[in-house]
Design a protein around this ligand. Structure first.
Ligand code: ADE
Length: 830
């Protein structure tokens, strides 16, 4: 029932054609007009034709309220909303109706004044000549003709532009005649069960009108309450007591616009049996086609429900009877009978689901023979088809964008290649690799100088870093003055995009960026890792999840055969070992699959004591798996977050502690792991505590989980939904120029060290927003002492903070190497 009311209110609200012109000029008339240029046909909302609105000719008494603008909708409509506007006429006009009334008619002869549910006729209108004011009609109107009647008091001239909103009234019901609703006394309180919005005549009975039984508003389970604010108890229902009906039934007669072929009638009934209210026990309906009532009625007895007190629609089959009027006798089954809606479904009442739904309810609950409601099914199917259509359109748009992007990438790559070839011929020996991935001449600086344009090639909404730099006001001047920036622009060797391996791990990561030389070595050989029999893996628990798969903790049997002699893994012969198994989702796309294979290739070559080790793979069948050693203490960020430094806080809170000496030991291991990676010219690009794993005895191994772990999504900045960057760990040149080098890994090491010394209790630059972090990067570039450095953590010794600051040196060449960092840490060992 809620759905039913909601459906009407939300869906049946289409403009009926004043502004868009579906209502023809000839169907718009008025009591009078000020001039030809303010005739009725100019009273269309949001239109500026003629003199910009309909304006009546004001004559006679000030209280003359009979001027009207009339719209003929040509057929019955369910009108839920009206809109009004004054005469603006490009700023010349200033006439509008501050208040107005509405009259309506179904047949063009009997006119009914609209009143709201509280009985008020006057509607608040416009406050200026230009804004559109919309008013919900509560109750809605069922009519063919509508008149807008400005309330004219001669304090100002009045002009109007209007629109009606709703949908066609396909029920075809033009009136119902029924006995008056009655009054119940409940615990000394009156419950008024009259039809308070009935718009016909009310004498001993109600004749020739429509009202609450057709207002689209279903009553609640408890008839003493209402959806409508500020109304009396019993408002939603029309009700009768059997004491007044000796015949045992209430008879209601329904008149229709023409002869129709009726399929069903739905009656929304209250069933609060604790208050002696029940659905009808039987209904007998007579049909009138032409002028005569048919002799044989149909009769239907719903199954009574003494268990569920909910209000419900009871559906009565009308067996395709042809009729222009129906008379139904509803038999009491208890003292009271209360209805809030009655709707009819007939042959021609096929609503267009997108605009005007049929006035039907949810599937009936108490009629076992009518469990499936046809018209509802039709609405649902209509909605589903519409949703599927929208989804298909979205998918097509996404695919189209991807194809378009690929084309752009191809073009840009070709342009880059050309550019590179041109540069090669000018710059002689400075380049390291050409675009065939083979060394053309060996550079002194073995670094991966990728740029964003290359890593995230030409996304349509991506702002190139070079533009970011250009935005900085000092850029043009500084770029000439500073030798270093010129160097960045011209002299530093860089790779073609194809030379940079930008991997997306299962967790959606970027794994290490590998310069072409290394990739060459890799691609020249087979992957040095063996296939592991999948059946020897036993799942224990899930360790993590990313965009392209999951990481599981598994027990592996016989893993010792898969480990090198140089890899010390304390396993006892024939015992199972715990391993981490990274699995690619079986439905992962081709790119994700390729990236997974590349990641395996790279990982299989990395054999440092402080780099996570790939032990074996399962590639013979899906899902592809990478088996790595298991680090029992999880990632370093979470590990440190749940520990405290030794001291008072830990003593008081009883939290587990990590001594400074162990912290120092862990930092040295990270430096050592990075020393190893940099010796192979691997650029990590996302060094941070979240990418380091902690094993037994504070052992640390560097990994790369990628950027899609929810837990750390706040550490990454999205450039308009495309590039995802760990900006708080990135050097100024990575952010502004897209240059990722071992020197930028050194910068990130400094931030990682800072995280460790603050026990990962806060994010770096936590007081700055992402945008402010990028602004601060500009300050690093300008180097006018306005840049903000991460502060010295309380427990951080001076030499260690000095080391951090050296990692954040503006000049990449003045930053220490990992070799030097490792040595410095060893030198200041506690
Ligand atoms: N989560 C993901 N990989 C892991 C590993 N190798 N050890 C522990 N936890 C992990």
């Amino acid at each position: 029932a809620e759905f039913f009311s909601y459906f009407w209110k939300s869906v049946c609200r289409s403009p009926l054609g004043m502004s868009r012109g579906q209502i023809l000029d000839e169907d718009i008339s008025a009591s009078s007009q000020w001039s030809d240029s303010t005739a009725a046909k100019y009273g269309r909302l949001d239109c500026e034709e003629g003199d910009g609105a309909w304006c009546p000719e004001i004559a006679g008494e000030p209280e003359n309220m009979n001027e009207f603008l009339q719209i003929d909708l040509r057929s019955l409509h369910f009108i839920t909303l009206v809109g009004t506007q004054g005469r603006h006429a490009g700023g010349i006009g200033n006439e509008f109706a501050q208040t107005y009334k509405i009259k309506y008619s179904r047949d063009g002869s009997r006119w009914i004044s609209w009143r709201n549910r509280q009985g008020k006729e006057v509607i608040e209108g416009n406050r200026n000549a230009y804004d559109i004011v919309l008013k919900d009609l509560e109750p809605p109107i069922i009519a063919r003709f509508v008149r807008f009647m400005p309330v004219i008091d001669h304090s100002m001239n009045v002009c109007m532009r209007v629109e009606l909103y709703g949908c066609e009234w396909l029920d075809g019901l033009v009136s119902y005649n029924s006995p008056l609703g009655q009054q119940m006394t409940l615990n000394g309180h009156h419950i008024y069960l009259n039809d308070s919005v009935y718009d016909g005549a009310m004498g001993y009975s109600m004749t020739e009108g429509l009202g609450q039984l057709t207002d689209g508003m279903c009553g609640l389970d408890d008839f003493t309450h209402s959806h409508v604010y500020n109304v009396w108890p019993g408002y939603d229902y029309v009700g009768w007591t059997n004491e007044s009906f000796l015949s045992g039934y209430v008879e209601i007669m329904f008149e229709f616009d023409r002869t129709r072929n009726f399929t069903t009638m739905k009656v929304h009934c209250n069933n609060m049996f604790s208050r002696r209210v029940k659905t009808f026990q039987k209904v007998v309906c007579y049909f009138r086609s032409e002028l005569d009532w048919e002799a044989t009625p149909i009769s239907f007895s719903p199954v009574m429900d003494d268990v569920n007190p909910s209000a419900r629609f009871v559906t009565v089959s009308l067996y395709n009877h042809m009729a222009s009027a129906i008379k139904c006798q509803y038999y009491f089954s208890d003292i009271w009978m209360m209805f809030s809606e009655i709707t009819f479904q007939s042959d021609t009442a096929m609503y267009n689901t997108t605009l005007a739904p049929p006035k039907t309810g949810p599937p009936i609950r108490d009629d076992p023979t009518h469990k499936v409601d046809d018209s509802n099914t039709r609405i649902l199917i209509g909605c589903l088809v519409a949703i599927i259509f929208i989804l298909v359109v979205i998918i097509v748009i996404i695919l189209w964008r991807q194809v378009w992007q690929k084309m752009l990438e191809k073009v840009s790559r070709r342009m880059l290649d050309d550019e590179l070839t041109a540069s090669l011929s000018i710059q002689s020996e400075t380049f390291t690799y050409n675009n065939n991935n083979s060394p053309s001449s060996v550079s002194s600086e073995q670094e991966s100088n990728s740029t964003y344009e290359r890593i995230f090639p030409l996304g349509p909404d991506y702002q190139e870093p070079s533009r970011l730099v250009r935005k900085l006001p000092e850029f043009s001047q500084t770029s000439e003055d500073t030798g270093e920036f010129q160097n960045v622009q011209e002299g530093v060797p860089h790779y073609a995009e194809a030379d940079i391996v930008n991997l997306q791990g299962v967790t959606g990561g970027n794994t290490y960026a590998v310069p072409a030389l290394t990739m060459d070595l890799l691609s020249g050989k087979d992957v040095a890792v063996e296939e592991f029999p999948r059946k020897l893996l036993t799942f224990k628990e899930k360790l993590g999840e990313g965009q392209f798969g999951e990481v599981h903790l598994c027990e592996a049997e016989g893993m010792q055969d898969f480990m090198d002699e140089d890899f010390s893994f304390d396993v006892i012969e024939n015992q199972t070992v715990l391993v981490a198994v990274k699995m690619l989702r079986a439905d992962a796309n081709k790119n994700a699959r390729n990236d997974f294979l590349k990641e395996i290739k790279i990982m299989s070559r990395l054999k440092g004591p402080n780099i996570i080790r790939l032990l074996a793979v399962c590639m013979s069948s899906d899902p592809l798996c990478m088996i790595t050693e298991y680090m029992e203490n999880g990632d370093l960020n979470q590990f440190l977050s749940r520990h405290e430094p030794e001291g008072m806080i830990a003593l008081l809170s009883n939290a587990p502690t990590v001594s400074y000496s162990n912290l120092h030991h862990m930092a040295s291991q990270i430096a050592s792991g990075m020393k190893y990676l940099s010796s192979l010219n691997f650029v990590h690009r996302d060094l941070a505590t979240r990418n380091c794993l902690v094993g037994k005895n504070y052992t640390i191994k560097i990994a790369d989980f990628g950027m899609s772990r929810n837990l750390y999504s706040g550490d990454y900045y999205r450039i308009q939904g495309r590039a995802v960057l760990p900006i708080r760990w990135m050097s100024w040149e990575s952010i502004l120029l897209g240059k990722f080098t071992t020197s930028s890994d050194v910068w990130a090491f400094g931030v990682t060290l800072w995280e460790m010394l603050t026990f990962c209790k806060e994010q770096p630059y936590s007081q700055l927003s992402d945008e402010q972090v990028i602004e601060n990067t500009g300050e690093f570039f300008r180097d006018q002492r306005r840049q903000i450095y991460l502060p010295q953590p309380p427990m951080c010794p001076d030499p260690v903070y000095k080391l951090m600051l050296s990692c954040w040196n503006r000049n990449t060449k003045e930053r220490p190497s990992f070799q030097e960092i490792h040595q410095t840490l060893l030198d200041c060992k506690p």
